[in-house]
Design a protein. Structure first.
Ligand code: MN
Length: 512
């Protein structure tokens, strides 16, 4: 397709460094994703992370939504961020007034541009929209606001009219206009044509949705056509199939076009912050931020990666604040297994390695993901070594009905029995806090991930809890399956702590 991959058009000579920035709308369009509601604290936390990543405009919400939303927008506006903080506003003066009450730097003034929206939704005429838009832009500018005018449903609008409407907005003093593919309907070719026409009028932004899976392509086509501000959300959350994902556009522009936008090393932290706050998990195969994006399992890929990091990766994980992972499973080979054993300080003979590899593959064949703990247990068995446990779970009780969830644990730590209790948001949290308290300073290991899978569908399901923990730069994964989720969680965590402490084996765990 010439639009994306052809030589740049005359109007954009490659000698001119292209500057592209983001409007992040995670806190507005992103929050409109079904089932998402962010607290004021969460919005402030996400805004700070966006600012650290050097996002240039943060759309903090929609001031007309209600008093609570206005309080939150005001809070984000008063954080003292480098980013411009803005509010969404419909094409009515009252919305601009409410945005002004929040102390924002600017507004995204959204006016209808397709006949469907003009006639059926708003019940007015093309001329009526132009007239109203002109007066609202003047009003907002007179009140000191930065103004971006969005032609809603622009991808389904008559292009001649869209040009007339947004041209009038620029003439009235709007800082910029925005092409909106509100329902994710456009192809990259259509997007290129529309944005080219708008960019000829003045500064142009683009707002793309992923209903056809084309959100990134359309954002890139917009940039090629002259857009220099991209509306996006972290993890691509948003209405229906979502908005274009900020991290995907940022890395595509950086890697494919040499265009720097945000600090890409902050992208993974940003993704995790938003996934946690919204409760929308990251799909494992998601570009840039998915769990598998830098994981290698097959023997061929692992072997190649061990010889040259770049063998099966377009860019290094560090670029987006991540680490490479070699995962063991049914496709494992000698090189990957040996590398994993080396990482845990276990050396094996070539014959033993062969046996360990076939045992790993057997486990993988049964559909199991092979954790570090599985690998180390297999190596111990193959080498007929006795595992010298440093931490062992002797007993666990947890209660959650009614009051504050509490738990108590009995651990054997270097031969000495320790008892401790803890409270938490639920029985698992309480039990984990009890384990940490029983272990004292040795419990400073970090819990990097915690996953629960139900093996069967009923309430009597056996659950598998997989944890990843790290300490002093060492990582370990452990899984535990039980009918009781609290017990499975504590087992996995105690095993992980034991494996991490066994690696430093010599000194005794200090008491508090
Ligand atoms: Mn939208």
């Amino acid at each position: 397709m010439t639009v994306l991959f052809g030589s740049p058009p005359e109007s954009h000579p490659t000698s001119d460094p292209v500057s592209v920035q983001f409007v992040d709308t995670t806190l507005r369009d992103g929050e409109q994703a079904p089932g998402v509601s962010l607290t004021p604290d969460q919005k402030a936390q996400i805004a700070r992370e966006l600012d650290r990543a050097r996002v240039s405009v943060i759309e903090a919400g929609s001031a007309c939504t209600g008093a609570g939303e206005r309080e939150t927008i005001s809070r984000v506006a008063s954080l003292g961020l480098d980013a411009k903080v803005t509010s969404f506003a419909r094409g009515v003066q009252g919305d601009i007034d409410l945005a002004l009450d929040c102390g924002v730097d600017g507004v995204h003034l959204v006016v209808p541009s397709s006949d469907r929206h003009i006639e059926t939704k708003v019940g007015t005429t093309r001329d009526g929209v132009v007239e109203k838009t002109t007066s609202l832009v003047e009003y907002a500018r007179d009140h000191g606001l930065w103004v971006e005018v969005l032609g809603e449903d622009g991808s389904r609008a008559d292009l001649d009219y869209l040009e007339r409407l947004l041209g009038a907005a620029l003439d009235a003093g709007a800082d910029r206009v925005c092409y909106c593919d509100t329902v994710g309907h456009a192809t990259p070719e259509h997007t290129y044509e529309a944005v080219s026409r708008l960019a000829a009028l003045g500064p142009t932004s683009t707002h793309t949705h992923d209903d056809l899976g084309l959100a990134v392509s359309n954002a890139l086509a917009s940039v090629r056509a002259g857009a220099d501000l991209i509306h996006a959300t972290v993890n691509g959350i948003g209405e229906r199939a979502g908005n274009v994902a900020l991290e995907e556009v940022a890395i595509a522009l950086d890697h494919g076009y040499g265009i720097e936008t945000v600090d890409t090393t902050r992208l993974f932290k940003l993704a995790q912050t938003v996934a946690t706050a919204t409760g929308i998990p990251l799909a494992p195969n998601k570009a840039v931020v998915g769990e598998n994006a830098f994981s290698h399992e097959s023997g061929i890929h692992t072997d190649g990666t061990l010889k040259d990091d770049a063998m099966y990766e377009p860019y290094p994980p560090e670029k987006v604040g991540r680490e490479r992972r070699l995962v063991l499973g049914k496709h494992a080979g000698r090189a990957g297994v040996k590398a994993a054993l080396d990482e845990h300080g276990v050396s094996v003979s070539p014959e033993e390695l062969g046996t360990v590899v076939s045992r790993v593959k057997e486990l993988g064949d049964r559909g199991k993901r092979v954790t570090d703990a599985d690998l180390l247990t297999i190596a111990e068995e193959v080498q007929q070594r006795e595992r010298d446990r440093r931490v062992e779970l002797l007993g666990l009780t947890a209660a959650s009905g009614g009051g504050t969830p509490t738990a108590s644990v009995r651990l054997l730590v270097d031969g000495e029995e320790r008892v401790a209790s803890g409270t938490g948001s639920g029985p698992v949290d309480a039990a984990v806090s009890a384990v940490r308290s029983a272990l004292g300073p040795a419990a400073d290991a970090q819990l990097d991930s915690y996953h629960v899978d139900a093996i069967t569908g009923g309430t009597d399901a056996v659950v598998t809890v997989e944890v990843e923990m790290s300490r002093d730069g060492r990582h370990v994964t452990v899984a535990s399956s039980e009918a009781d989720i609290t017990r499975a969680s504590v087992n996995a965590m105690v095993d992980a702590l034991d494996r991490l402490l066994a690696a430093e084996s010599t000194h005794v765990i200090a008491d508090d």
